[in-house]
Design a protein around this ligand. Sequence first.
Ligand SMILES: [Zn+2]
Length: 240
Amino acid sequence: MNLRVLGCATPFPRRNEPCSGYLISAGRSTLLLDCGSGVFGELIECINPNDLSAIWISHLHPDHFADMPAVANWALNTDDAKKIRVYGPEGWDRRLDYFLSGDEGSGLSKSIFEVGYIADGMVVDIGQLQVTSHAVRHSVLTFGARIESNEGSIAYSGDTGPCEALADLASGVDLLLCEAGAEKESEYHLTAQQAYDLAVSSHVGRLLLTHVPSEQKNSDLTKFDALPVELARPRTKWII
Ligand SMILES: [Zn+2]
């Protein structure tokens, strides 16, 4: 099972640093988790979108969703584009319809993609990957995902403040990809310390901190010594 970070910048992309986008694969199944600003250009360096098994969107903030119009434009301008399965919070397709056509009822997204909505506790099989979605705590409807295959397991927090769902989401996974977007404790994001505490209490194998604002990227991680802890970086791959 592989995790490739396409981008993890927040809240806006920089040159060569897209916002949230992660490719998770096992065997011939590949899932794109989130499609934030700048992700599509990085994605097509790694994979033909026709080879994606699905796209899963945690929430509709721009740093997690804003490159879906680019995926749509790829599909509309590619003769052999397949209908990619896309899961996201209810209404994601109408949001995209409005962006693409100025009419949220145009149905354009449904003509381009296989549209699915995420619900709390929903379990879907995406090829060799089983994805369980958990509602987490953020300023808009947001989900985290637990992804399991016969090769291992990865949990992705989405954007979230502290909440009960995180224990189930992360319990015993090989790798926890956890946001650490807050400098101080807050309602809608975690600090690096809170992400670490979650990883320890959930007995995860390793912790990858992501969605870390650039001004916090120099913070000392050596104090987190109960398990391997690293910062996510674009164009980097982790093998489980
Ligand atoms: Zn967010």
